[in-house]
Design a protein around this ligand. Structure first.
Ligand code: IMP
Ligand code: MG
Length: 339
């Protein structure tokens, strides 16, 4: 029984949604909580032939026994929240913290209308930056003030801590990636708050002593959307040739791409206090891996890459993504003696 925090180790879009959905199903979590910034993040979950692009609802919703909760640090856009409640069918088990700040139309207009934010930084135009700025000014409206959210309001910190104290499995999902952190990232090309595991704890109201595992998710290559440095960046043509040219979930922009970066990964392990590593999209780099569910099915080249990651980062690679569906995963936790 454990409390996991799952965060991104690069610039977002590492495939956290897929990893969290797998773990929620496998570990039959009592609570799946979302921390992180807000509707700027899009987490893709493919399950049972359906595809969800989630900007508010925790990716762990796929386990039907889970209570799904949005922590106080997360920005809520009621319009998107209701769309996703309908799409996922979680109406009877979803809760929004009383203290979530609410994104209003004017935040979206400020974000999109600012040539600094939407032009230079390349923000997602979802209003998150202006809403967090207003939160810091202490003028923002909270979820508890929004009539239509009343039926869903919850004390998320209380519920998550209670589940942990009862010995139930809990998964806390962060958003974006370590190098989009307002504190530790590539400022000013970052999002409007910290994105590390400590922030995810604070977002849902759980203290660091309650966390058992910090799982940092890396994609087998690196992508970045918007402005800012990307070491080893490939030309769009080369990225397309390798099959690494992705399109962003929220904005539809093309993502910039680069090879796996060990230096950044080492720093992410340190900043998050990682205990375990997940590698996603291994099948994109090594196509023979597609759909594999055991380590012994992997070709030598892929095994060598995983071994290199473990020796450089000095943490076990416990979860490996080999396809889009929540179940296309190699879970090494048992063979490594971790469960
Ligand atoms: P903002 O968070 O919308 O203010 O955007 C700031 C920067 O973070 C931009 O470069 C965005 O592209 C990037 N960003 C924000 N959220 C995500 C995400 O979930 N995935 C990837 N990039 C993101
Ligand atoms: Mg994304």
């Amino acid at each position: 029984m454990a409390c996991y925090i799952v965060v991104g180790g690069f610039f977002g879009d590492e495939g956290k949604g897929k990893i969290v959905s797998y773990l929620a199903l496998k570990d039959r979590v009592a609570v799946a909580a979302r921390g992180g910034c807000g509707t700027n993040a899009g987490h893709t979950v493919e399950f049972g032939g359906r595809k969800f692009k989630l900007r508010q609802i925790p990716s762990g919703f796929v386990f039907e026994g889970a209570r799904v909760l949005i922590g106080a640090g997360v920005l809520v856009d009621p319009r998107i929240f209701f769309e996703e409640v309908n799409a996922t069918g979680v109406e009877r088990r979803v809760g929004v913290d009383y203290n979530c700040a609410v994104i209003e139309q004017r935040h979206i207009e400020q974000d999109r209308g600012s040539s600094y934010l939407s032009g230079k930084i390349g923000s997602t135009g979802t209003g998150c930056g202006p809403c967090n700025a207003e939160r810091a000014m202490r003028t923002v409206k909270l979820a508890r003030d929004v009539e239509e959210l009343k039926p869903y309001l919850a004390d998320v910190s209380f519920e998550v801590n209670e589940a942990i104290d009862k010995g139930e499995n809990v998964i806390i999902e962060g958003t974006q990636g370590t190098f989009l952190s307002l504190y530790h990232g590539t400022y000013p090309y970052v999002t409007s708050k910290d994105t590390t595991a400590s922030q995810a704890c604070a977002d849902v109201g759980v203290g660091p002593t309650k966390i058992d595992e910090v799982l940092v998710v890396f994609k087998a290559y690196v992508t970045r959307v918007g402005g800012g440095p990307l070491p080893g960046e490939l030309s769009e043509e080369e990225a397309a040739k390798r099959g690494w040219l992705e399109v962003a979930t929220v904005t539809g922009r093309k993502r910039r791409a680069a090879p796996f970066n060990f230096e950044l990964a080492e720093k992410a392990v340190r900043l998050n206090g990682a205990t375990q590593i997940a590698i996603t999209k291994l099948d994109v780099v090594y196509p023979e891996c597609r759909g594999a569910t055991s380590f012994s099915e992997l070709p030598r080249s892929a095994v060598e890459f995983i071994e290199q990651v473990e020796s450089r980062l000095k943490k076990p690679v416990t979860i490996i993504g080999t396809g889009a569906d929540a179940k296309e995963v190699i879970d090494r936790r048992r063979e490594l003696g971790l469960v």
